[in-house]
Design a protein around this ligand. Structure first.
Ligand SMILES: [Zn+2]
Ligand SMILES: [Zn+2]
Length: 352
């Protein structure tokens, strides 16, 4: 088994050769056929998130252990499984839900394993798919993709479930009222596509980059707004008839979260997904007076992954730009992602 590992934060990935692990118990071994490259891998590689004001959140102190094979958007073919793994067949092409908890605690029993206090997330807390094989602890995290293209299905594991999870948090109001999406990068465009597939009212998209605003407009946004415009909040208020019910922020900077807070109506919520980093000051009386919620959204749950796949089977895969590159180019792809050179998603395909 060959994998690309982070051995020290910020240092080049190391190619590691070792014998392919054999699954035991409920484990399932996949041969990786598609591994999407996610922006959050840059933070894992660096070892920190920016918290604003020069402060950093250190990931090694948060339980990430090195060496680590990153890669959490994986589709693979079942090549072996343990004797307790049921309802699984050799050769099946499966999408691996990577947001895995202990499976035993109270929150895991509710299905929200992404909040488990002992996470085993693939590519974050356990080895992921920047390798020719990946081990999944139980068949319940695997979803057969049928005739969906593996490289197009792989991003559902993070980009797809993250945007779906955020849209679900916006609530049923967005069936009839527009949702505001801040940031028209990969996640913003995925969110826009899923919002349409879900049959919701539509989205007002905010971005500071005219090229990205244009992409959002072409992808069916009801309206686009320049996030740098001094009256951006006023424009959102005008387009939402007095304030938005839900703003989903895929940037997560001081300026974008503030814009979200300034743009919602009474009972509205700001859902923060982006990890750009920053901090904000909020006048506390607005929490009760506007019945305001500022909520974070971290990936999505296993039941939401089931719903997302049902939606994709009914409506097709979300049309987001995508390129494939060989697994060996993983470090270069991460570098391009860091430099902002990648439009949409890059999905790695395994060697040989
Ligand atoms: Zn991700
Ligand atoms: Zn748990």
């Amino acid at each position: 088994m060959r994998s690309f590992q982070v051995c020290r934060c910020g240092e080049p990935l190391q190619v590691v050769e070792r014998s392919t692990p054999q699954p035991t118990g409920t484990q399932v071994l996949l041969k990786v056929i598609a591994a999407g490259v996610c922006h959050s891998d840059i933070h894992i590689w660096d070892g920190y998130y920016e918290l604003g004001g020069g402060k950093r959140l250190n990931l090694l102190e948060r339980g990430i252990k090195l060496p680590l094979t990153m890669g959490h958007e994986n589709v693979g073919e079942v090549v072996a499984f343990g004797s307790d793994a049921k309802d699984i067949k050799l050769g099946a092409r499966m999408l691996a839900h990577p947001w895995i908890g202990c499976g035993e605690c109270a929150i895991c029993k509710t299905g929200e394993e992404q909040y488990c206090k002992t996470p085993r997330n693939l590519g974050v807390f356990s080895d992921g798919g920047y390798a020719d094989h990946v081990m999944v602890p139980h068949p319940r995290y695997l979803f057969e993709i049928g005739d969906l293209a593996p490289e197009r299905a792989a991003p559902l594991a993070c980009s797809g479930i993250t945007t779906y999870g955020a849209l679900k948090k916006a609530g049923s109001i967005i069936r009839d009222e527009p949702v505001v999406i801040i940031g028209a990068g990969g996640l913003g465009l995925m969110c826009l596509a899923l919002n349409t597939m879900m049959g919701n009212k539509g989205a007002i998209v905010v971005d500071i980059d005219p090229v990205k605003r244009d992409a959002a407009k072409k992808a069916g946004a009801l309206a686009v707004i320049d996030g740098n415009a001094p009256d951006a909040a006023k424009q959102i208020m005008a387009l939402t008839n007095g304030g938005a019910w839900a703003v989903i922020d895929y940037v997560g900077s001081s300026a974008t979260v503030k814009l979200g807070v300034d743009s919602i109506t009474k009972g509205g919520k700001v859902i923060v997904v982006g990890l750009f980093g920053g901090d904000i000051t909020v006048s506390t009386p607005f929490f009760p007076l506007k019945a305001m919620a500022i909520q974070g959204s971290y990936v999505g749950s296993l039941p939401e992954m089931k719903e997302l796949l049902a939606l994709v089977r009914a409506k097709g895969l979300p049309p987001v730009p995508l390129k494939t590159r060989p697994l060996d180019e993983v470090a270069g792809v991460l570098g391009d992602l860091r430099a902002g050179k990648i439009v949409g998603r890059v999905v790695l395909t395994p060697v040989g």
